[in-house]
Write a protein that binds this ligand. Structure first.
Ligand code: OGA
Ligand code: MN
Length: 318
């Protein structure tokens, strides 16, 4: 059962044995299979876009026992990693995005999480670990699990462009970022098992991009009772849940200290994004004890203009 696997990998005492955790691309050959790039993106074959390396250099894998789950081994340049880590900590962690800490009343009207947390004082130390998520686009409602038209803001253009490029490189032409959860994990954080079924469009893939410390990602079956597979997700790795895998149970039972820190690698000639060095030195200190997951979804179906709840009565012709 999913719950048993989750408990096993979450346990501190005794800690789990990770020898069955698939580490792409080094998994046993029957566990992972290299896939060709599905389509080349004309505007992206020889240059980077939003921190992504040219599409023809991506290493794409599938897990044959989990049809539809696609794994791209870190397709980001080192500057791309620094760009997204800084964007998440500095910009997505503020209004008009919604944050878990909004309801805690820990920030003043004019304050931002980044501003307070980069002061390095006692208050910063308390506030840094409190940030757990931000929602962009259609805001995920954690209680009702429903999106509504009156609870959304524009999704940042770079998030849309970057996830669209990933989807396109895998052959999904109609992806659009309409809702995103930016998850911030600390070394002791977990994300309980769940299925993401709030979107009207469950045929569109879900694009999940991670940075910073590593995680054990657990993916089960369509039923909670089904067994689960564990895989390592390292900084820059992309998981795309498409097809049948889109509705599988999944969660994060454990954060693991990263063995490599690709965000510290030297800039390469492919780089197209740059981060102010003062901002980066602050974001770099946050990421040394954190993991970021950008979980990006399409909400509407092709041709659908808005969510149904609010369509009724909106067609009045004066
Ligand atoms: C989610 C999710 C997984 C992760 O936000 O719905 O499943 O790797 N995140 O953090
Ligand atoms: Mn999820």
């Amino acid at each position: 059962m999913f719950k048993d696997y989750f408990k096993y990998y979450k346990s501190r005492n005794p800690p789990p044995n990770n020898e069955n955790v698939i580490d792409v691309p080094n998994g046993a050959s029957q566990q992972v299979r290299r896939l060709p790039v599905q389509c080349s993106i004309p505007y992206n074959t020889d240059r980077s876009i939003f921190g992504l390396k040219p599409v023809n250099s991506w290493e794409i894998f599938e897990l044959p026992h989990i049809p539809g789950l696609i794994f791209i081994k870190n397709p980001f340049t080192s500057s791309g990693q620094r760009y997204w880590i800084t964007r998440c900590f500095k910009d997505y962690s503020r209004k008009p995005n919604k944050l878990n800490i909004d309801v805690h009343g820990v920030l003043g009207e004019q304050e931002t999480w980044w501003e307070v947390c980069t002061r390095g004082d006692q208050r910063a130390a308390v506030l840094i670990p409190k940030l757990r998520w931000a929602t962009l686009g259609y805001h995920h409602n954690w209680d009702t699990k429903h999106y509504t038209e009156d609870d959304k803001i524009e999704i940042p253009g770079d998030v849309d462009e970057m996830t669209k490029a990933i989807a396109k490189g895998l052959g999904f032409d109609n992806f659009k970022a309409e809702a995103a959860i930016i998850n911030f994990y600390r070394m002791n954080s977990t994300l309980a098992g769940h299925v993401d079924h709030s979107e009207d469009n469950l045929d569109a893939p879900l694009v999940s991009v991670s940075f910073g410390q590593s995680a054990i990602f657990l993916i089960g079956g369509l039923k909670y009772e089904d067994p689960a597979h564990a895989l390592f997700v390292h900084s820059g790795d992309v998981l795309v849940m498409s097809g049948e895998s889109r509705l599988r149970y999944h969660g994060v039972p454990r954060i693991v200290t990263a063995g490599r820190t690709p965000w510290d690698d030297e800039q390469s000639k492919e780089d197209d994004v740059f981060v102010n060095s003062e901002d980066w030195s602050k974001a770099r200190s946050f990421i040394s004890e954190a993991r970021i997951n950008m979980n990006v979804r399409r909400v509407l179906k092709s041709g659908q203009m808005k969510l149904n709840d609010h369509e009724a009565g909106s067609e009045i012709d004066f």
